[in-house]
Design a protein around this ligand. Structure first.
Ligand code: NDP
Ligand code: 8X3
Length: 251
């Protein structure tokens, strides 16, 4: 049977990197995307013993660079069966009245518009083949708004709306569209959100947060279902987390 090829955005860290490892274990060929070339090279080196790996360095905010990178794929990697729209982050945690407009731009440009650009570059080949699977990484923040979460939550609510829109519009083509929405996952997410501030180290303290590998396993579960099964929407939380603001901590 022909091996499948997955393109994963945000593969240099956290959930995207763990998903690359999980997919490699299961023989899925990989196109790994991100901006940090040395990390892309290191992951390629680690995984190419197990599967075929190609890396693409582009910023999802840059529409032209995104289209150019995806158009540059050589014949072996051109057919993308699975798209994991994962690149994203929170920038800041501030009340709306004092929020930084650069942070707002970053979140809307990366989490929403970047996801759209990558999807736009790949969907035509899926509609032409009448097959494919798009998984958008949303968040519990796409289902619930928490204090100071304002624009990040808005960006993830948008991801959910886009996911549902994709599922409706791509239904005639037999393309699966899924949203995987995790709660707190211990990755570099908080380092980015708090721009290296020490507060980032406290986010995952006092309870067991989800690990990137936990999310990667669910993503693989979704892509490995039979052709007639689409895992449309998953909300997954650490056991200690009941909502964005209710977290059982040891201290
Ligand atoms: P990380 O910070 O560990 O990873 C983020 C990834 O996104 C990196 O690989 C980074 O790569 C990539 N990225 C960021 N900005 C850009 C950009 N402009 N262009 C291209 N790639 C970019 O965070 P997570 O793994 O936690 O986050 C992955 C996804 O999961 C995000 O969409 C996040 O919102 C979501 N999520 C995270 C949760 C958490 O608690 N951690 C919970 C729920 C959802 P590089 O810097 O090399 O470009
Ligand atoms: C990341 C989870 O709760 O920090 O999407 O928004 S949270």
């Amino acid at each position: 049977m022909k091996r499948k090829t997955a393109l994963i955005t945000g593969a240099t860290s956290g959930i995207g990197r763990a998903t690359a490892h999980e997919f490699a274990k299961h023989g899925i060929n990989l196109i790994l995307c991100g901006r940090r070339q040395e990390r892309l090279d290191a992951i390629k080196k680690a995984l190419e013993k197990t599967t075929d790996v190609h890396v693409l360095n582009f910023d999802v905010r840059d529409k032209d660079a995104t289209f150019k990178a995806i158009a540059s794929l050589a014949e072996d990697f051109k057919t993308i069966d699975i798209l994991i729209n994962n690149a994203g982050n929170a920038h800041g945690l501030d009340p709306i009245q004092t929020g930084d407009t650069d942070d707002w731009d970053a979140m809307m440009d990366i989490n929403v518009k970047g996801l759209l650009y990558v999807s736009k570059a790949i969907i035509p080949q899926m509609t032409e083949r009448q097959s494919g699977h798009i998984i958008n990484i949303g968040s519990s923040a796409g289902k619930e708004v928490y204090p100071k979460g304002n624009v990040y939550c808005a960006s993830k609510h948008a991801v959910l709306a886009i996911t549902e829109g994709m599922r409706l519009d791509l239904n005639p083509f037999g393309i699966k569209v899924s949203a995987i929405n995790p709660g707190l996952v211990e990755t570099e997410f908080s380092q980015v959100r708090f721009k290296g501030d020490a507060v980032a180290d406290t986010v995952y303290k006092g309870y067991k947060a989800l690990q990137a590998e936990d999310v990667a396993e669910v993503i693989y579960f979704a892509v490995s279902r039979p052709a007639h099964v689409n895992i449309a929407d998953v909300l997954m939380l650490p056991t200690a987390q009941a909502s964005s603001t209710v977290i059982k901590k040891d201290h």
